[in-house]
Design a protein around this ligand. Structure first.
Ligand code: PGA
Length: 254
């Protein structure tokens, strides 16, 4: 059984004060239920504050939105995996489509980061997904396979089971256009099949695959009830603690 994982990708939003106010509401709304794993992914500047405020919780963990693959040195503006670990970060989002499109990250860069994250015992959430043009050209599977083989190259089976994948069709991110549950399930099943082919079937069964792209409380239940969808990476709707708590609850069938 794969435990569902729901993550709040705050992107470049939230001051430390806003994060504190948010978490107070979130903990009140979530109650004691620990059926679903929850990850809060603040900007770097609020990680320390969020770590402090979730340290009492078994359910809520902290993630980062990016990191660099080198251990240390002259890389102005970057942070390393070890620096994140020092702040009790457990997950790191890698290869988000905004990083790929705006900051030019390739599968090769994402691969280096994914390996560096595992080396530092940080669990990567590796994002993959096709653009609208690629979908319309019938290239969804080709793109996903290329991203899986490229971004995850060289990972052992154990590292693979500790990697979370996020299927985020680029046309659904921040657009209000969600993939239908059937469209998402089809892509997730393909991703799992590809993992089974590149690694092995037991590994593929263990890997958690999140869906991301305009997830909101209203569409959570139908997406999360699909057999290969194991959670969500939530952007816009995660900025409202009440909406995010509802997404967590609906993903557990509540
Ligand atoms: P969205 O973002 O929920 O605002 O579409 C998802 C993401 O980019 O991870």
């Amino acid at each position: 059984m794969r435990k569902k994982i729901i993550a709040a990708n705050w992107k470049m939003n939230m001051s430390c004060a806003e994060a504190a106010a948010y978490l107070e509401i979130l903990f009140r709304e979530l109650g004691q239920d620990e059926e679903v794993e929850v990850v809060i992914i603040p900007p770097f500047t609020a990680i320390s504050k969020v770590s402090e405020l979730v340290s009492h919780s078994q359910q809520v963990k902290v993630g980062a939105q990016n990191m660099y693959f080198e251990k240390a040195g002259a890389f102005t503006g970057e942070v390393s995996a070890a620096m994140l670990r020092e702040l009790f970060v457990r997950y790191v989002v890698l290869g988000h489509s905004e990083r790929r499109a705006i900051f030019g990250e390739s599968d090769e860069t994402v691969n280096k980061k994914t390996r560096a994250a595992h080396e530092a015992v940080l669990k990567p959430i590796v994002c993959i997904g096709e653009t609208l043009t690629e979908r319309e050209a019938g290239k969804v599977e080709e793109v996903l396979e290329r991203q899986i083989r490229g971004s995850l190259a060289g990972l052992g089976a154990k590292e693979m089971t500790e990697t979370v994948l996020a299927y985020e069709p680029v046309w659904a991110i921040g657009t209000g256009r969600t993939a239908s549950p059937a469209q998402a399930q089809e892509a997730h099943a393909f991703i799992r099949k590809t993992i089974a082919a590149v690694w092995d079937a037991p590994t593929a069964e263990k890997v958690r695959i999140q869906y991301g792209g305009s997830v909101k409380p209203e569409n959570t239940a139908s997406l999360m009830s699909q057999p290969d969808i194991d959670g969500a990476l939530v952007g816009g709707a995660s900025l409202d603690p009440r909406a995010f708590a509802q997404i967590v609850q609906h993903s557990a069938g509540k």
